[in-house]
Structures are given as C-alpha cells and as structure tokens.
Design a protein around this ligand. Sequence first.
Ligand SMILES: Cc1ncc(COP(=O)(O)O)c(C=O)c1O
Length: 394
Amino acid sequence: MQIPLIDLKRQYAAIKDEIDKAVCEVLADAQYIMGANVKTFEKEFADYIGVKHSIAVGNGTDGLVIALQSLNIGPGDEVITSPYTFFSTAESISNVGARPVFVDVRPDTYNMDENRIEAAITERTRAIMPVHIFGQPAEMEKINNIADKYGLKVIEDACQAVGAKYQGKKVGSLSDIAVFSFFPTKNLGAAGDGGMITTNDDNLAAICQALRLHGSGEGGRIAYNLLYKTEEELEEASGDNTVYDPRKYYNYLIGHNSRLDEIQAAILRIKIKKLDGYNRARQQIAAYYGQALTGTSFITPATIDGRECVYHLYILQTEKRADIVKRLAAKGIATGIYYPVPLHQQKAFRDLGYKPEDMPVAQYLSQRTFAIPCFPELTTEELDYIISAIKEDS
Ligand SMILES: Cc1ncc(COP(=O)(O)O)c(C=O)c1O
C-alpha cells in the first residue's frame, strides 16, 4: 500500500464539479484581480474566525510582513517568537528589518513557552509572535497578559491552525492581528498560494489593505496618516477618470503587490464551507492514532483542556526516528520531519549568534519528531495499516 503524507488529488476528486464550475465562472467573468470572490471571501473568512476584518494577501509570509509593518515594526525593534516553526515566521521579522528573538518551546505542546517570555523582553521588544504550531493553539491568555504588562503587540502566526479554538474562540481572533496561510497542504488550502490577515482593529485593517496594494490610492493616503500621524494635505486629484481610484497612481507608502487571486478566492469560498468537516475528520484520525498508540514508546500530541487542535500535522516523538521513518518508507508510508533544523540554528540566522544549546527543547524535538499521514480522506484500512506498521517496533 502507498500512503502519502497528504493526498490533494483525493480532496479535489471529491469536490471537482463545484471547483471546476467556480473556476470557469471566474475565467468567464474576467475580473481576475480583487473581484467579487475576494471581497466575499474576506467577509466569509472574518465571520468564520469571529473578527471584524479580513484582508486577503498573496501568501502567509507576505501576510506576516504586512502585519508587522502595519504595527510600524522595523529596524531597531525586536520581536519574540518560536524557534520551532516554519522559517517564514522569523523570516518575516528579519524582512522588515527587525530582530527575531527566540524563546524556547514547551515539551508538551511544542508552542512557545510562555514562562520564558518575560526573560527575553528588552527595551527594544515591540511584539510577541506566537505560532499555533501543527494546529495546536498557543497559551494565548498568558501571552496576552505579558504583552499588556509590557505594552507589547501580539501577532498570531495562525498559518497552520485555521479553525482551531482556544477557550471557545477561534485562533486568529485572540490578539492584535493574525495571519493565515492557504498553501495547498494547509487545512484550508488553495490551488496555489494565498493568505489572510485578520484583526478587530479598524486602523490596522486599513493599513494592511493599503500595504498589499503598493501603498497607493486613497487607501495608501489613509494608511500613511495612520502610521505617521501627519495630516497630509491632499493634492487635488488631477481629473484622471481612466481609473476607478483617481489616486491609484499616487503612492504614499512602500508596500507590496500581494493580493489573493480571484481564482483562489473562488476555490477557497467552496472549501471554507467544508472546513469544519475536514477539521473534524483530522481530529477523529488523531483520536484513532492516539488510542492505538497508547502504551507504546511513541509520544503522541498533547490534548489540553480548553484547546481544540486541528492537527495540521500529526506529530509523533521517538528516540528511534531514523529507523522508524525508514521502516515506514519501506512499507509505502510517507512521513515528514517538522522541523529538522530549529530556526536558531538556521544558517540564514547565523548573525543572531545563537548556539544549539540556547533552545534545548527545540533542539531536542528537531531530532525526535516526525509526522505521519493525517488528512481527511484517509480510510480506516489505511489508518490500521499505518498503525500496525508503527507498532511493529514500539
Ligand atoms: C507556521 C507558518 N508560518 C508561516 C507560513 C508561511 O505561509 P506561506 O507558505 O503561505 O507563505 C507557514 C506555511 O507555509 C507556516 O506553516
């Protein structure tokens, strides 16, 4: 039996008619950029998460950069984050010219250890960026309390956790601003790149809307004033009626070209209606694995009261990773290693000067964790096959 880590072809096959119809409609409408689907999807996504504003962007990485810029975070600033995450989390901080400051993770949830945050705060710290890693919500109440105490902003990296809940509220609604990714393998995946910023703050939303569109037009002017608090005198529009926004070619900020494509929005509008079902299926798979692997030497993902994980990845921990991964591969079962190099040890971050032992938990996990297949369309037969293969050597 061959079982991939995730099988996007199965998902497409199940919803092919709806997707094909929606894509064809976009092609026929020929409103390819910032059309009705993007606008409607922003509203649907905001309602789903339970926030006032959603701002669709080109991908999660851009979303993180834009979220940081909306808070005016840049050179000279520090942002506290996790070393046990995808590279983008800290890359975004470096990309705005700020410094990522890593705080080691907890051995149970793999999320940033809230008890270590205060020791990392300096006079340069501007924000904390927790990551809801593998779909498991971070300890947001304690993180928000620390942020309040020190006057810091909180940016959730919710890229892996769409639909996850913390104390009954969806992640992405628990901080100043949050970011999601619609990379195809995510729980809510596009047929290409995509991302979303969520916030309840009208000003941050207005700045993000401008930054994704080159900081231009009326939105750019508003964002400039919000960021720099100047009362810029508006030059009179020059009577250019050839564009919808007479200020389209008037730029007020250095922004980005980072919009969600209309085709992706049309696809995501179909999938968001199915997301709770997809997440429930992942949770059922996780429960099945958890039960079957109880009593073995494998450490399964933590389940924490008041938190609903959406298992973007199902991660096992073992001392014998290399052997088991090889054995599963020989039986046709794909696995993945998330993450083999913690961020404080990435070559790209060598200038930050961290040593491996600075983040002992992240270092430990990077040598022991691996993901096994966990996607909604997995069959019971496949699950049983995976479980028996794992148990052979437990
Ligand atoms: C934790 C985390 N942060 C950020 C990103 C970046 O998202 P994207 O690939 O859409 O740029 C991802 C996903 O790839 C991620 O898993």
